[in-house]
Design a binder for this molecule. Structure first.
Ligand SMILES: [Zn+2]
Length: 363
């Protein structure tokens, strides 16, 4: 049952890989109980809801298997003016489901017809004499990221907290022009994050995260760069869960790009990769004295968000919300501030030689 504040303008559609039912409505229209996402019933394995654009919200139900809606009713409560939508699902054969999804895609497109963007149309033009730093606070809106068990710290809030501390510090520290992929609690797809970096002609992109691992004892900051093959199983695990961010929001999984584009991108990637690795090394060095680090703190895996041919990019896991000690620290304003300061030092070092100005030194 889903309650709406007024007469809802909504649409329902199914998606596959994985099998999901998506309800999309106007952003303010939802009224769901707090523990809604924890509730499981019948074919529904997991529920998430939240904003996908400034105007639209989605409720995404992960299903145990292919299904159809067999009963649907929308009832109005004359006293409150609220509407309650009730749905009943039943399992159907996979082939039938696939066929219906294809028909529906022909009508609506692969993501239900909604062009999901982060709400910004263009990035501000490059500023002369400035280095453009793209700050990418992970997750947002319907995609909350991971969640700590001890105090319930939510990843999307930690990443935004640190990101918004980092921006002003960088602006003070040197000729740095800051572009954010998000500055509020909105969903931004992985593709859109890349696009923001490329449109801004970013000189460096820093994605900020605080994911969870199955290994609860593992803790400490980790700097990830892009690689076709993961350096280790842990890095693979983080990349796999990160790359699901769009699926969580009810978007189609990223498509494989064609081979020719890949070869062209590869040429540029080499230079870009060199810069990404150099920055990662500096960041690890700076983090070492000030923040708890994982062993082997520079790791690599195939992160979709880091696939920027032109923009050197790293993904910083501040720590892991699956670890109680990390969770406690990451929730502290003081710790967040300190983490941001360390990143600033690394950024200054990275650009110091290219700036060649006496007012910007590597800390
Ligand atoms: Zn994350």
């Amino acid at each position: 049952m889903i309650k709406f504040d007024g007469k809802p303008d909504y649409r329902l559609f199914f998606m596959e890989n994985p099998v999901r039912l998506v309800l999309e409505t106007e952003r303010s229209g939802f009224a769901l109980p707090e523990d809604f996402a924890e509730r499981k019933a019948g074919l529904i394995e997991q529920l998430r809801f939240g904003s996908v654009t400034r105007e639209r919200s989605r409720l995404v139900a992960s299903l145990a298997g292919p299904a159809e809606i067999i009963e649907k009713s929308l009832e109005a409560d004359p006293a409150t003016g609220r509407y309650t939508l009730s749905l009943k699902l039943a399992a159907i054969p996979a082939a039938t489901f696939s066929e219906r999804v294809r028909q529906q895609e022909a009508l609506l497109g692969s993501s239900g017809g909604t062009v999901v963007k982060g709400g910004r149309v263009g990035a501000p033009p490059k500023r002369e004499g400035y280095f453009t730093i793209v700050i990418d606070p992970g997750h947002g809106g319907i995609d909350g990221g991971s969640k700590g068990r001890k105090i319930g710290l939510v990843e999307k809030e930690v990443t935004l907290g640190v990101g918004k501390k980092l921006g002003p510090l960088l602006e003070k520290a040197g000729p740095f022009h800051i572009v954010y992929t998000r500055e509020e609690d909105v969903f931004v797809s992985l593709r859109e994050r890349q696009a923001v970096a490329e449109r801004a002609n970013g000189d460096l992109m820093i994605s900020i995260h605080a994911d969870s691992l199955r290994q609860k004892f593992v803790r400490g900051a980790t700097v990830y760069t892009l690689a076709d093959k993961a350096t280790d199983a842990l890095a693979q695990q983080v990349a796999d869960s990160e790359n699901l961010a769009d699926v969580v929001a009810g978007l189609a999984a990223p498509e494989e790009s064609d081979a020719v584009t890949d070869i062209l991108a590869d040429l540029t990637l080499r230079e870009t990769t060199r810069f990404s690795h150099a920055f990662a090394a500096m960041l690890v060095r700076r983090l070492r004295d000030r923040v708890e680090l994982i062993n082997n703190p520079h790791r690599a895996a195939s992160f979709a968000v880091l696939k920027n041919a032109e923009v050197p990019s790293v993904l910083l896991e501040l720590g892991y919300l699956s670890n109680a000690d990390d969770e406690k620290l990451m929730g502290e304003e003081k710790w967040q501030q300190q983490a941001a300061e360390v990143v600033v030092e690394a950024v200054r070092e990275f650009f110091a030689t290219r700036i060649g100005r006496s007012d910007v030194k590597g800390g």
